[in-house]
Write a protein that binds this ligand. Structure first.
Ligand SMILES: *Cc1c(COP(=O)(O)O)cnc(C)c1O
Length: 428
């Protein structure tokens, strides 16, 4: 490694052995990184073309107040999202507070009492359990008389075609497909796999609405679930599509009727998309979207780098060092609590904000063990920024994601490694 760089790493507390090891691993990833850059190049043009086609102008970057009637920027932004996802319409709003809210909105507005929701990919993301009513909660779908059915994946991770067919009935109205594994141990679905699944389901019941939870998946591939038959994709702007700049927000892109239902639920029947002032936030939404392809590429490179570093050192990593990637999450199993804490201390120490604080495990609502979280973010809770968390219980794994730039993601992983060297978990 060049001397200048080594000195900088040294100043940041990373010793020569750790930095050289990182360099060796990174050198072996050149070809894979080139492929990621190619996807980013494609997606950069896709986003740019959507911005240009809709004639986004300087005036679009300024917001409205009050009711927000005739908010030109908001309307163009939604048209841009619709073009990127190749859908009829989109709802992209700061009033959608997070990913869970966007998903709840899409579900509650497109299902009616007596209908059934079905997941063909097993249990959905934790926070959706209360939305659906798998865990009883005020205002859940279950309280409104909307039932839920689920077909689990097969032990090898494949779709259970017969099981799925058996769960589709005359009441099945909406099928929810989670692209990312989230914090489960199954694999993340590729867009092609999602396409196969949707064709199968539509073959059984053509008019069923297929919705994809697209969180962490945007711009990882050159196509999106709506390119392979999904009626609706849903996600969070403090993950991939906000590019690290959006300070809040969620999106729903899809069929006109699905989006209209969601808009009527978000604001009010009769008002729909016509209201909802964007205040001063649209510049960050547009610019974040513009940066998103390369930011997502940085987060992907960081995840692959981490997998290769820690697999080489003998830890079990998911996805593994060579697997193809369909989201930006990386799990690393350490097998001991002090390693989980050490890893998170290293990530925190690399942060641009709050780098001086020490993360410690804490009891959190909804978790059955203390959880340690590392995040020194510009946007609170943003997981497109370098971040990690791990429940302090066997098998003592950390889940790691984000990295707005590759140099920073790389530094974060090297800091985590140095932290493990410093406490003797990794020896050299
Ligand atoms: C993050 C995430 C959500 C919900 O996100 P919040 O923004 O934290 O509410 C839902 N599904 C998946 C797969 C996610 O990764």
């Amino acid at each position: 490694m060049n001397k200048e760089l080594l000195e900088m790493y040294e100043k940041l507390g990373i010793n020569a052995k750790t930095a050289e090891f990182g360099e060796e691993i990174a050198a072996g990833l050149k070809e894979r990184f080139a492929k990621i850059d190619e996807v980013a190049e494609y997606n950069q043009m896709k986003v740019l073309m959507a911005l240009q086609k809709n004639q986004v102008s300087e005036a679009c970057l300024h917001g409205t107040t009050g009711y927000g009637y005739n908010d030109l920027g908001r309307e163009k932004l939604e048209a841009v999202y619709a073009d990127i996802f190749h859908t009829e319409d989109a709802l992209v709003r700061p009033q959608i507070t997070c990913g869970t809210h966007a998903l709840a909105l899409a579900l509650m507005s497109n299902l009616r009492p007596g209908q059934e929701l079905m997941s063909p990919v097993g249990k959905p993301y934790d926070t959706l359990e209360e939305v659906i009513g798998i865990r009883p909660s005020k205002g859940s779908l279950a309280e409104y008389g909307i039932t839920y059915a689920q077909a689990d994946l097969l032990p090898d991770g494949g779709f259970d075609w017969d099981g799925i067919r058996a769960k589709i009935n005359e009441r099945t109205h909406l099928v929810t497909i989670q692209r990312s594994k989230g914090y489960q141990t199954r694999h993340t679905l590729s867009v092609a796999e999602i396409g196969e699944l949707i064709s199968f389901i539509k073959g059984i019941k053509p008019d069923v609405i297929c919705m994809v939870d697209n969180c962490y998946g945007e711009f990882v591939e050159t196509i999106e679930p709506t390119d392979v038959g999904a009626d609706m994709v849903v996600g969070s702007l403090i993950k991939n599509p906000g590019g690290g700049l959006a300070p809040i927000g969620g999106y729903i892109a899809g069929k006109k009727e699905c989006v209209e239902n969601a808009a009527y639920r978000l604001t009010s029947p009769g008002l729909g998309k016509e209201v909802g002032a964007s205040l001063g936030i649209l510049g960050t939404f547009f610019q974040g979207l513009f940066l998103s392809p390369t930011v997502t590429a940085s987060a992907l490179k960081t995840a692959i780098f981490a997998a290769n570093i820690y697999e080489k050192l003998g830890f079990s990593v998911l996805p593994d060092s060579t697997e193809s990637r369909h989201d930006i999450i990386q799990a690393i199993t350490f097998g001991k609590p002090e390693a989980v804490e050490g890893f998170c201390r290293g990530i925190q120490a690399a942060a641009p904000v709050d780098s001086y604080v020490t993360p410690i495990p804490w009891d959190m609502p909804g978790y059955d063990a203390p959880v340690i979280m590392a995040a020194g973010n510009f946007v609170s809770g943003s997981s497109i920024e370098l971040s990690a968390d791990g429940p302090i219980k066997p098998p003592y794994a950390v889940y790691f994601q984000g990295g707005l730039t590759w140099p920073h993601g790389k530094l974060g992983i090297l800091k985590s490694l140095q932290s493990l060297v410093d406490i003797g978990v990794v020896l050299w």
